[in-house]
Design a protein around this ligand. Structure first.
Ligand code: ATP
Length: 407
């Protein structure tokens, strides 16, 4: 059977993955077998998410009625019901619900009634608490089919430490990344000298290591020194797979969805107050603003080097008229040139302007020329893919160390 759970945490605490890890251990104690534990990220632009819009699914062998009772009891014990925005959902399905629901939930927006229809069609048992919104994520989790997947080991704190500063040895995190990259990623951001994998929120997570397989995340995890954890769980995830990205066309983008679009840069990138960088991309008669926000740090340097005429593919979420960049591919670099007075063919001296629109004149021999010389501006930027640094990466965005997109 598949057990799905979502929407159990609040900004003050808890984490659905922790609850899932506790439930998995309880089910094992009840004699059940856990075949797989899934951490399923959904549309990152859903506004009522607490943090990273995650839901979990457990693939379990055992008695479905007992599993449903245990799942509900664990949610009732651990979920933060005091928060208005916490609306847990619990699903147990013997038959996997339609994966189309997962694809919609990771790329688009779903309604609670849609989730209920999908669950009823699959003959699932389910319980939605409070406004029942958690049923969306719980249904998407059990309906999920990954065309690509990664691993994450999540290490959870002892309950008495929740809300206190985390003790994780910084040097060991950098050493773990250095020893295992590119098989693991986003433990730290070496370029910006920032630890990425240790949260600052009051939830039970101590740290998490992401990587290509359970064995690689374990290699890195074993190098990390920290306070004594309560428990650890390796999750199969859709993180780092670009599962949220749709192929889009400028002029046909929907609010809150994430796209890759192709176009030509039509103005010089502008740095605004706060250090955000923006430029306009055009496809035919349509344009869209692209944003590299301040937290994308050194990525902005690449964006600032774009010029009018560069042809790029942009990845990111479309929000309030802008694409918030996650990565770009520079397909073709424009060859910008600046006009300057030509050299006189008789005297070999540079001419001077003869007045606006009147061309150029040689001061020595009086020779006239209409056209300027065009001087190419040399560029250091190269074609290829560029991404935001680990510190600014979204959970679902595929890091380039996993391979460049094939388009
Ligand atoms: P948690 O650790 O509790 O899962 P979170 O940051 O993942 O925290 P939630 O608290 O789960 O966020 O809130 C997200 C809410 O949005 C859930 O109720 C979930 O069912 C719902 N949701 C997720 N994806 C979609 C979607 N595509 N359309 C509509 N609602 C969604």
């Amino acid at each position: 059977m598949l057990i799905g759970i979502d929407d159990t945490d609040s900004p003050e605490g808890m984490c659905t993955t922790y609850l899932g890890a506790v439930l998995a251990r309880r089910l094992i104690r009840e004699g059940m077998k856990i075949r797989e534990a899934r951490l399923v990220r959904l549309n990152p632009n859903v506004t009522w998410k607490t943090r990273g819009n995650a839901a979990i699914a457990l693939h379990v062998d055992g008695n479905a009625d007992h599993a449903f009772d245990s799942a509900c009891a664990t949610v009732e014990e651990l979920a933060d019901f005091s928060c208005d925005n916490t609306n847990p959902g619990v699903v147990v399905a013997d038959v996997q619900p339609d994966p189309a629901f997962y694809r919609k939930a990771v790329t688009d927006f779903c309604e609670i009634a849609e989730a209920v229809r999908v669950l009823d069609a699959a003959g699932a048992v389910y319980r939605g608490y409070k406004n029942r919104r958690g049923l969306i994520g719980a249904t998407a989790a059990v309906a999920s089919e990954f065309t690509d997947q990664t691993s994450e080991i999540l290490v959870y704190r002892q309950p008495q430490r929740w809300g206190t500063p985390r003790r994780v040895d910084r040097a060991s995190l950098f050493a773990a990344e250095a020893a295992t990259f590119p098989h693991t990623w986003d433990t730290v951001d070496a370029v910006n000298d920032v630890v990425v994998c240790v949260p600052h929120t009051p939830d039970p997570v101590l740290f998490g290591v992401r990587g290509k397989s359970p064995s690689w995340v374990m290699v890195a995890r074993q190098m990390i020194r920290s306070e004594e954890p309560q428990l650890e769980q390796i999750w199969v995830t859709n993180q780092g797979t670009d599962a949220h990205i749709l192929t889009g066309r400028i002029g046909e983008l929907d609010e809150g969805l994430s796209y890759r679009v192709q176009g030509v840069v039509i103005d010089a990138p502008l740095t605004t107050t706060g250090g955000h960088v923006s430029f306009t991309l055009r496809d035919g008669n349509h344009t869209v603003r692209c944003m590299a926000y301040e937290p994308t740090k050194n990525f902005r340097q690449i964006v600032r080097e774009l010029v009018r005429g560069d042809e790029i593919t942009a990845h990111g979420s479309y929000k309030k008229g802008s694409i918030n960049l996650e990565k770009i591919r520079i397909i073709r670099l424009a060859e910008p040139a600046v006009p300057r007075p030509p050299v006189c063919t008789t005297c070999n001296k540079r001419m001077t302007s003869d007045g606006t629109g009147k061309g150029y004149k040689c001061k020595k021999c009086g020779m006239h020329a209409q056209e300027p010389e065009l001087q190419k501006i040399s560029r250091t930027l190269k074609t290829g893919w560029y991404e935001v640094p680990p510190t600014a990466r979204r959970h679902l965005a595929k890091p380039l160390c996993r391979g460049k997109p094939e388009y």
